[in-house]
Design a protein around this ligand. Sequence first.
Ligand SMILES: Cc1ncc(COP(=O)(O)O)c(C=O)c1O
Length: 388
Amino acid sequence: MEKRTPAILGGQKAFDPGIPFTAPTTPAWEEVAPSLEKMYRSGWLTKGPYLRLFEEKMAKLLDVKYAIGVSSCTSGLILGLQALQLDKDKGEIIVPSFSFMATFHSIWWNGFKPVFVDCEPDTFTVDVDQMRRAITPNTVALAAVSVFGNPLDFAAVERLGKEYDLPVFYDSAHGLGTIYEGKPLGGHGSFESFSLSPTKLLTGGEGGLVTTNSEKIAKHIIAGRDYGNPGSYECPYVGLNARMAEANAIIAAKGADYLESYAQYRNKVAQAYKEGLSDLPGLTFQTIRAHSRSSYKDFAVIVGPEFGISRDTLSKALTMEGVPNRAYFNPAGHKLSCYAQSQVHLPVTEKVSDSIVCLPISSHMDLELVSKICEVIHELYEVREQLS
Ligand SMILES: Cc1ncc(COP(=O)(O)O)c(C=O)c1O
């Protein structure tokens, strides 16, 4: 068979039209339509019975006392952190830099300073020893993230929190579908906040979910998502409009029935990528923590020097082939200009951030497509000398 000339060298695109980077997997229309219609005709569009049903379902699924639907993971993080009522005068929260901007922004919106620490080179989740070293008398809390759905070392972070009497909270935006030590996420630390935006395994269109076993935190968030109004109009603190609309709750509640199958399927996609790329030198994959399952919200590849093509060139070449890809998280938190005053050097985060590329994945992606993408990456590898 004649060899294909890659698009970056003037050949035809491998995928024309291009493929999506991701696409939401939602329940069949027939499954959500009756509830959507009923809700629409009732005129009860927000703060209604479907939100309560969704919350009850998620509390059961995640085995946690309180599951509170909010407008986004970001608003959940902002309100959850506010609920901890920490000392503003001290004001530092230790957080891994290898995360999405919303993790740090929630800290900033509460008037605290994010103190960035490094991640582990293989799991990309927080390096707990670095966290320990970053603790000072100004530290008021620890925050951590299950990156791409790979669970962080919850046990180690929680031990550290106990040792220094610091509350711990989690950005679990990618964590629906994750299993840690045999259990879904949801019951760790003071609270966890999940995202239901369309790139996540479980989506409501938009939305978030805060889980906690603390009644005090739950009450704070329930009033906090409604401007801080406990019902009397007398606000003891400043809240947000962070409500989840009924339409979002209906879609997410039905999707929850399929979450486990979505997570299992994404693990198959990830496995197919690994098998399809493992013979190429210089490409490595995120290490999933032992006794755990990643949700594989994203499938990440590290492009090492032995591959012979830089991450940026590979990314450009794939884009030209119609294979969208993302360099998550680049820049990492400590490199974002809004946090530039932090001026720390985090060698592991910087290395991961400079060499990572996330490939297309969804909960219904055809495995044939995965092997075609792997084939394209092999073709690029064959012409690596012409690309450098
Ligand atoms: C790690 C992380 N945290 C927070 C968020 C924000 O989620 P949302 O868009 O629901 O606010 C995201 C979004 O993808 C994320 O990746």
